[in-house]
Design a protein around this ligand. Sequence first.
Ligand code: ZN
Ligand code: ZN
Length: 606
Amino acid sequence: MRFDVPARLSRNHLFTLRWVFCHHSLNRSGEQRCLALLESCTTPTHIHQLLSHLTKTGLSSNLLIITKLISICPQLNAMEIAESMFFQSPIRDAFLYNTIMRGYAQLGDPHKQKSIHFFSLMIKEGVTPNKFTFPFILKACAGLLDINLGLQIHGFVFKLGFYQDEFVGNTLVHMYGCCNGGIDYACKVFDEMPHRRNPVCWSALIGGYVRNGCSSNAIELFRRMQVDGIPPDGITIVSVLSACADLGALELGKWIDMYIERCSIPRTIPLCNSLIDMFAKCGSIEDARRIFDGMPERTVVSWTAIIDGLAMHSHGGEALELFLEMRRSKIQPDDVTFIGVLSACSHAGLVEDGCRYFDSMVDDYGITPKIEHYGCMVDLFSRAGLVEKAFQFVRTMPIEPNTIIWRSLLSACKIHGKLKIGEQISKWLIKFEPNRCSNYVLLSNIYGSMSQWSDKAKVREMMNKQGIKKTPGCTLIELNNSIHEFVAGDKSHPESREIYKMLDEMGKKLKMAGYIPRTTNVLLDIDEEDKEDALHQHSEKLAIAFALLKTPRGTTIRIVKNLRVCDDCHNATRFISKVYYREIIVRDRNRFHRFWRGSCSCNDYW
Ligand code: ZN
Ligand code: ZN
């Protein structure tokens, strides 16, 4: 039984007191009394009481009172009263429409459709929207991710001449930035703004770029913002940090960390969480740890970010230690935390711990494993060479394994030489996902490893027939405030000649140190020498050659690769780190490799 009577009593008390007071304050009009009473409504019951009073006093058709009443309904969760008042109102003007649309817009995503509904009613009834109408309605479009609707609303904005309004402009940029395929429209609105753009607008476009995966554009825009002397706020900084994380732009990330300090931008928990994530993904786990350790207060997101980061950097033991500390500090882990924990076990080769944590997640925390958790377990067994066990696990999974799981099993088959099983899985994958390039590449690689060149050629033929192109491997490197991008065999870089000269020199030095190219990685069935050449020009090698040319001796080289690093590039990078005496940090699609003095932090196990 609950005894929360006093609190209720006092709320009701207040309402009753006001009621009595308003009734007897003779120097006020009926309308003023009702407006004052509305202020003290704190439950739907109060509203009902007030409604019967309005009917008695003949004020139930007073537009001012109706509008005010509708405006307080969202926070009392009484939108059905708001709607019935709305339809009872003898006059429905733009102000009344705005109030009900704002009400629904405030109530989160499931109610956004309602705002749109009232907007179309407004147009149908011939009520002209004003400039306050559009920010609500555009925010609703953004929440619904509906660009076609957004475009229609934009048409109204244009027709009614509100495109010059600052707030309308900002929400247009935001709306387009949220919708799939809207980023070009967002830019256009941004560029054509008639007035000086405010920080909100910059922030909206930067956020839009990040959401649409155009991280370099986000950073470029952030630089433009600096040049224009517009101070960024916390929200902008969070967006820019996630762009840095995406591109592996550590220098810019570090600069932003200092900028936050210099401008005394409040280090809120979300901002610190973004910093941890950025530093971890940009390859500086030390900085991520520094930010984490300096946080006076942490949420489950903060803990998850650092655990995940440590796991990616092969600090599995440290990640698990932190997980224990998290439990000691009474922060409840969620399903995302366990993805970090399981991948820590997987990367560190801790099979038994992984199984224990998987069980604990279910038994102690009541978390139902999702496909990602099963994926981690398959990865855990596969990495440890327990391919049969991984198979067994997949077969007994209570949910249907997805293609990601099959693919990771397939890589394991390839690495651990279970080529026959691998061939089966990849044929099945191709049947299931005929348009996915990596399935063909895996099968082709398997035939390559088995030296079945004619089968390999058949795969290639199949790809051509289906019109499938290989996702080009691409490597990013940040140097002197700009991002350089390389693809395999790339000759488009302005310093291409020097880079290829360096590549030749590297090749000679590596061979002298004992490096032998691993030619089975090349997709094409061509003779040995050509194969060596294609390997030689993989994008990560081009990026490293460029870095060796452009950075002072002894400095760390950091690169980001969009795909998994191939065996040969991994091997070559180990040799480069020894021959050139450089620390090289490579982020590939799955994890970090730290190469130093001829060995890698992943222990050649990735
Ligand atoms: Zn490679
Ligand atoms: Zn490695």
